[in-house]
Design a protein around this ligand. Structure first.
Ligand SMILES: NC(=O)c1ccc[n+]([C@@H]2O[C@H](COP(=O)([O-])OP(=O)(O)OC[C@H]3O[C@@H](n4cnc5c(N)ncnc54)[C@H](OP(=O)(O)O)[C@@H]3O)[C@@H](O)[C@H]2O)c1
Length: 253
């Protein structure tokens, strides 16, 4: 129970990496604020975690792109959940794999709004309270696509380079406090990510994971728990996490 008495806010907790973080942190005794747009998925997860681990869970149904909705939801937190010790900015997505000239500008907008502005909307609310207490931990889920580009990934990669830049800048800005800032940057993880990227095309999504053993959401959650449970004087600045079968962000073919 290494996270007992810690309140952790996880965005994108309805699926994949966020859901796995919720389960692993529930096991570790954390009090959880779970956020995503699909409230029925969050409710089902909350019930499961309450039943299995007797976890204290609060759910927030909101779109991270909507600054006002984020602020409203966070202002309504029940008293027991108001002190956020750890913020895990995980909500995000890729849309399409077309070259820059052929990609849809509506897809660019959604990726930029979610992956960059979503992180900013959450952080701008939570960070001042952490600074006032002089302690806290912001963990951003970046990507290997934020460290290496690939054809067809232009805007997705750009958003994840932005997450890496925001993470590094924030860690410089909080220097001198006890706040910690971490980027966890995974390679290929088998989640709903490809199904969303290919807009419901199951066959194309499944092909992504053919003939390789991808990372599991739990592998990424393990890295998150590792970063969270180091002694307070240790800040894990960045973890790059590749599947053994995936030597680089770019997979030819
Ligand atoms: N899977 C990979 O290969 C991989 C690799 C590197 C990095 N990542 C990153 O890992 C993070 C999680 O992705 P995943 O693989 O777990 O994908 P996933 O299974 O599709 O989960 C994405 C989560 O983000 C939430 N989300 C998306 N748009 C949102 C919005 N506008 N407002 C609020 N929540 C939103 C979704 O919830 P709702 O739909 O319910 O809102 C869902 O819970 C993303 O930032 C992704 O870029 C993934």
């Amino acid at each position: 129970m290494r996270c007992e008495n810690k309140t952790v806010l996880i965005t994108g907790a309805s699926s994949g990496i966020g859901l796995a973080c919720a389960s692993e942190l529930a096991k570790e005794g954390a009090r959880l604020i779970l956020s995503a747009r699909r409230s029925e998925k969050l409710q089902a997860l909350a019930l499961d975690l309450q039943k299995t681990y007797q976890s204290a869970v609060h759910t927030i149904s909101c779109d991270v792109r909507d600054r006002k909705a984020v602020q409203h939801a966070l202002m309504q937190l029940p008293e027991a959940f108001q002190t956020v010790d750890v913020l895990i900015n995980n909500a995000g997505l890729a849309l399409g794999l077309d070259k820059m000239h052929a990609a849809l500008s509506s897809d660019w907008d959604q990726m930029i709004e979610t992956n960059i502005k979503g992180v900013l909307h959450m952080t701008e609310y939570v960070l001042p309270k952490m600074l006032a207490r002089g302690v806290g931990h912001v963990i951003n889920i970046g990507s290997t696509a934020g460290h290496q580009t690939y054809p067809g990934g232009s805007v997705y990669c750009a958003t994840k380079y932005a997450v890496a830049a925001l993470t590094r800048t924030l860690s410089q800005e909080v220097a001198g406090t006890k706040l910690r800032v971490t980027e966890i940057a995974p390679g290929m993880v088998e989640t709903e990510f490809s199904l969303i990227r290919f807009k419901g095309d199951q066959t194309r999504a499944q092909k992504v994971y053919e003939n390789i053993t991808a990372l599991t959401p739990r592998d990424v959650a393990d890295a998150v728990v590792y970063a969270m449970t180091r002694p307070p004087h240790v800040n894990i600045a960045q973890i790059l996490l590749y599947a053994t079968d995936q030597p680089a962000a770019f997979r030819p073919g």
